[in-house]
Design a protein around this ligand. Structure first.
Ligand SMILES: O=C(O)CCC(=O)C(=O)O
Ligand SMILES: [Fe+2]
Length: 334
């Protein structure tokens, strides 16, 4: 990792010591990543239109989950998708860069230093002009998933901002044209991709997994093998992070809603790819519904302002991750 990148991380770590946030963003040199896609080859970064068009030729319409269904509905999600089994990530500095980013993310999100984060590729997404993804939450594939890491590959484009919201606050992540942009957020955050206005936006989405713990001094716990992060450890970590955020924001504890059954994996027939994460979009409760995802008036293509976004909030609570929701007493899943 270069000097500049190290300085940037140090600054980020320092700043975030004081306050864990629900989303964070880090930029890194594009030289850190070598990304190869089956049928296209190694992607030259920054991406240019001819290569991006080759990616689209290899992609399929992206899907999402709603209730028991898996849908490809371009009024909700309009983007191209390449599955992770067709992507190879590498480069001499990639592992070190990613691990530095994950350290920064862990600290910025207010997770304790004993948490070890891992990022697992989920999909390569290509958004052309007018393409978008309406507000939604990402589902967790297992207990260790705590959030999402979106790696935007550098490309010339306008629009296509990633807007992440939680407890009445929103942050907007605009991808760099020259650098890799890493945006991370907790799994309970509502987020959307605004319509791309020009050019192409290309992202690699990754599941953020909290896999094991290590002692604050950097040594492994004696006698412990790496494995899933114990639930209770994650509960405590998230509870502290949540309290910190709530006391800093003055935000009230979110209301509780009844639990809903889990849904089936969102890739029927295809078999769940490794690291599959489901996308769930849920209409708001009746009475608060300004637009519906199915039937009746629809939300405009990606034009949800904050009010509309609120109206489309999922029927479940903000919660850090599946492991943490027991903290709040409810297993609510879309
Ligand atoms: O492309 C992005 O920035 C985010 C995509 C997304 O939200 C998802 O795949 O769940
Ligand atoms: Fe998402």
């Amino acid at each position: 990792m270069g000097h500049g990148a190290r300085k940037q991380l140090a600054k980020l770590l320092d700043a975030s010591e004081r306050c864990g946030d629900f989303s964070t963003r880090i930029e890194m040199s594009a030289r850190a990543l070598r990304i190869e896609v089956d049928g296209v080859g190694v992607l030259p970064l920054p991406l240019r239109a001819p290569v991006t068009k080759k990616l689209i030729a290899q992609a399929r319409q992206a899907r999402f989950g709603r209730g028991e269904q898996t849908l490809a509905d371009t009024s909700v999600r309009d983007t191209w998708e390449i599955t992770p089994d067709r992507i190879t990530l590498g480069g001499p500095d990639w592992d070190r860069t990613l691990s530095g980013v994950l350290d920064g993310v862990r600290t910025a999100l207010g997770l304790p230093p004993t948490t070890v984060l891992r990022a697992e590729p989920h999909a390569l997404l290509v958004y052309g002009k007018g393409q978008f993804f309406l507000p939604h939450q990402d589902s967790e594939k297992d207990d260790s998933m705590v959030g999402t890491l979106v790696v935007s590959l550098p490309s010339h484009h306008t629009g296509g901002e990633l807007v992440v919201s939680h407890a009445g606050r929103s942050v907007v992540h605009q991808a760099s044209r020259e650098k890799l942009t890493f945006a991370a957020f907790y799994a309970d955050c509502l987020h959307e991709v605004k319509p791309v206005k020009s050019g192409y936006r290309v992202t690699l989405t990754m599941n953020l997994l909290a896999e094991r713990t290590r002692p604050a001094g950097g040594r492994r716990w004696p006698g412990r093998r790496p494995g899933p992060l114990p639930d209770r450890t994650l509960h405590r970590a998230g509870r502290r992070a949540l309290r910190l955020r709530q006391s800093e924001n003055g935000a009230p504890e979110p209301p509780r809603v009844p639990s809903r059954p889990r849904v089936h994996p969102a890739w029927p027939g295809l078999g769940p790819p490794q690291g599959c994460r489901r996308h769930a979009c849920h209409p708001a409760p009746p009475g608060r519904r300004a637009g519906r995802l199915r039937g009746g008036p629809r939300i405009g293509r990606g034009e949800g302002d904050l009010g509309r976004r609120t109206a489309l909030r999922p029927l479940r609570l903000p919660r850090r991750c599946r492991a943490l929701r027991r903290l709040r007493g409810r297993g609510v899943r879309g």
